[in-house]
Design a protein around this ligand. Structure first.
Ligand code: ADP
Ligand code: MG
Length: 698
């Protein structure tokens, strides 16, 4: 009876309206099916029984067999708790409860044989277990058979008696007493070919594993299922998009492009840049709407590629725009473009949040009438007052800093969607890119411009400040400039700004002979710009900043990057920051300053930074250390696939396999019309019918 899949969870025996409400709010569980797909996050082997005499704090969980000797309540009011003396003959341990006291006393009788399971904690000379799980010894076969699943539960869930064990009990009811059997999602030919176990078997084993082997087979099946359907969805959307969204055609590569290429190009393009420009040219001329992600490590020269793409649009009588996440960056792009374009006959405008009203009044009509060829800006570009005459290409720089919605608004700036190029320096590991951007074409700039020397990275404890100062003095005296960056973490902003300001004072004292300046997010745009200008022109020697300089700033003469409290930054953020130096031909340095007290993880992060400058390697390491959910730069840009069981960091192979199979299936049967693909089509519809079509908003 597949109709029960969507049945409200409230109707499952043992749930009811109140717990249904908690399940919905806390765990997103609305239906029978949602509950079934609420998988355990770990399993603990409960086949082993311990003796009270053996208990030690090294054991994360213990399971005992024995009797309650007596109960006692201690404390008053909110501090009231119930303790039970429990023994197995080898010693005595306390079981403790802070809630549900009368229920416990009623339910578990003195002198009866029980199995007790829980986390031991040390309490003075002895141990106790708070809120243990208790079962009748006679149920041993059922509860202590082996692997016990653990489900994520929040405080609110626990208050509604929806702790891990209760969730498992609900799964039991669902699988055995609800009258619902989940319908198989894979056609027989795929099951046969892949050797996967049936879905009904997999969901049973995932909640009630009979053995480690069976659990493994179940996890594999469910991971594969999850990834296969995501891939089918992405590939199918991509195919329809290619058929449906006819693109603005930019067939000519004309005067502006050629003039620029032949007479204004400040340096020879790298092979990688050439290749990417070719890919973009091909896309824009193809008659299909371009949806391309350009990945290139920091400093790889994406801006130049962006400019050349914009010239193609202009050559075909379209306008082009480039949107950057910060004013500093937008302004810098504007200056860079103006510099590179020199006296070419083009109208380039800069529009940001702090563009004056008068300026806007002058500029907006130019944009609307099509007289402005290129518009550079921040989020200000997507405001409804900005109307283009014919936007042919929209470029989004550092795309991970924008939300999907902001990006899609840009998409709507023309009647027929403009070509879209999104650029990112956050190298996204292959496995993740396949899942997140499966429907985008990806270009990669994989080589840096010639003459760059890899940045040397050093890790120093903050007790060795004097050495750092000496080094900075030497570099600056040799004509270089330096950045000093302080963390700015949400929630501790006030303290962080204080650290920056104190640091600034200190540097001013230590380096009276140099010009030190400071920039941070609380300053007015005009002031920020003035400071950046001084640093860019070389007038000031040391720029102290919060992470506002993280993205995109380009000052080739700066050769030292000092990162204060480096332990508080994530790996890809450190990599981004380091990318600010090493842009000229001088040897550059990145100095990671941390305290001496570091966790093993943090120490490893800093070591990775010292060991490699390869952005992809760093991103992979980041993915491994943190799990994909937290990978910087993907939080906003993910298409909202909430992976329930697959783990992109660990399941790359399953993903590739699913991807290949999905491609094969769709090649043979693009709309999944064949009878043998019936199940696939229905399941896809079930899973994604109500989702936004991410393919068109990237
Ligand atoms: P990113 O990819 O991080 O946005 P930029 O576009 O800011 O990098 O380029 C970094 C630096 O490299 C800039 O100073 C730019 O002028 C320079 N650059 C870009 N392309 C080349 C090239 N082909 N040869 C030499 N230098 C280049
Ligand atoms: Mg850039």
């Amino acid at each position: 009876m597949s109709g029960l899949a969507k049945r409200q969870i409230m109707y499952l025996p043992g749930v009811g309206p109140r717990r249904a409400d908690v399940l919905r709010k806390e765990a997103g569980i609305l239906s029978y099916e949602d509950l079934l797909y609420y998988f355990p996050y770990k399993y603990i082997d409960r086949s082993r029984f311990y003796k009270v005499a053996e208990i030690n704090m090294e054991l994360p969980y213990i399971q005992l067999r024995g009797k309650i000797l007596s109960y006692a309540t201690v404390g008053e009011g909110r501090k009231r708790r119930l303790t039970a003396r429990f023994t197995d003959g080898t010693g005595v341990i306390d079981l403790v409860w802070f809630r549900g006291i009368s229920y416990i006393v009623e339910k578990y009788k003195v002198g009866v044989n029980y199995i007790v399971f829980g986390k031991p904690s040390e309490f003075g000379q002895s141990f106790n277990i708070a809120h243990p799980e208790i079962d009748l010894e006679t149920n041993a076969a059922q509860v202590a058979g082996g692997l016990t699943p653990f489900y994520n539960t929040s405080e609110r869930m626990k208050k509604a008696y929806l702790h891990s064990r209760a969730i498992q009990d609900l799964q039991y009811v669902l699988l055995n007493q609800s009258g619902w059997t989940p319908e198989e999602t894979l056609p027989a030919y795929i099951l046969k070919r892949t050797g996967m176990i049936p879905l009904s078997e997999a969901v049973r084993q995932i909640h009630f594993p009979e053995s480690a082997e069976q659990l493994k087979a179940a996890r594999l099946r469910l991971k594969f299922d999850e990834l296969l359907f995501i891939q089918l969805h992405i590939l199918q959307t991509a195919v329809t998009r290619k058929h449906k969204s006819a693109g603005l055609i930019c067939p000519v590569v004309g005067a502006q492009f050629h003039t620029f290429y032949n007479s204004y190009l400040p340096f020879a393009l790298t092979e990688a840049q050439k290749r990417v420009v070719r890919e973009i040219r091909r896309d824009m001329g193809s008659g299909r709407q371009m949806n391309r992600l350009l990945q290139g490590d920091v400093g790889s020269g994406k801006t130049l590629v962006a400019l050349m793409a914009m010239l193609i649009a202009v050559d075909n009588d379209y306008q082009a725009c480039i949107m950057a996440p910060t004013e500093i960056l937008a302004t810098q792009h504007y200056h860079t473009l103006m510099n590179m374009l020199g006296d070419m006959n083009l109208v380039v405008e800069l529009l940001t949040g702090s563009t004056s009203r008068k300026e806007r009044k002058r500029m907006l009509p130019l944009i609307e009438e099509g007289k402005a060829d290129i518009v550079v800006g921040t989020h200000a570009l997507i405001e409804s007052s900005v109307v283009f005459s014919s936007l042919g290409l929209a470029i989004i720089d550092e795309q991970h800093r924008f939300g999907v919605e902001q990006r899609s608004k840009l998409h709507l700036k023309n009647e027929q969607p403009p070509h879209i190029l999104v650029m990112t320096a956050t190298p996204i590991p292959r496995t993740l890119a396949m899942t997140l951007y499966g429907d985008l074409d990806v270009s990669v700039i994989d080589t840096l411009p010639p003459g760059r020397r890899p940045v040397k990275t050093l890790h120093r404890y903050d007790t060795r400040r004097q050495d750092i100062y000496t080094f900075l003095r030497k570099e600056i005296n040799a004509g270089r400039q330096a950045y000093v960056v302080f963390p700015l973490i949400e929630g501790s902003e006030t303290l962080d700004y204080k650290a920056l300001e104190e640091g600034y004072e200190q540097f001013c004292n230590v380096f009276p002979e140099f010009k030190v300046c400071m920039v941070h997010g609380r300053m007015k745009a005009a002031d920020k710009e003035a400071v950046m200008q001084k640093f860019t022109s070389g007038e000031s020697h040391i720029l102290m900043a919060t992470t506002v300089i993280e993205v995109g700033v380009n000052v080739p003469n700066a050769s030292v990057m000092v990162i204060e409290s480096a332990e508080r930054f994530g790996l890809s953020q450190l990599h981004q920051l380091r990318g600010r130096v090493g842009r000229g031909s001088e040897q550059s340095y990145c100095i990671l300053v941390s305290s001496c007290k570091l966790s093993a993880d943090t120490r490893r992060r800093l070591e990775i930074m010292v060991e490699t400058t390869d952005g992809f390697e760093i991103a992979e390491a980041d993915l491994r250390m943190r799990g994909h959910g937290e990978l910087e730069g993907t939080r906003q840009s993910g298409p909202g696939f909430d992976l329930k069981i697959a783990d992109l960091a660990a399941d790359g192979q399953i993903l590739s396999y699913a991807r290949n199979l999905a491609t094969e299936i769709l090649d043979a049967d693009p709309s999944l019309e064949a009878a043998e693909n019936d199940l696939l089509r229905r399941r896809l519809h079930d899973l994604f019918a109500n989702k936004v079509d991410w393919g068109t908003v990237s």
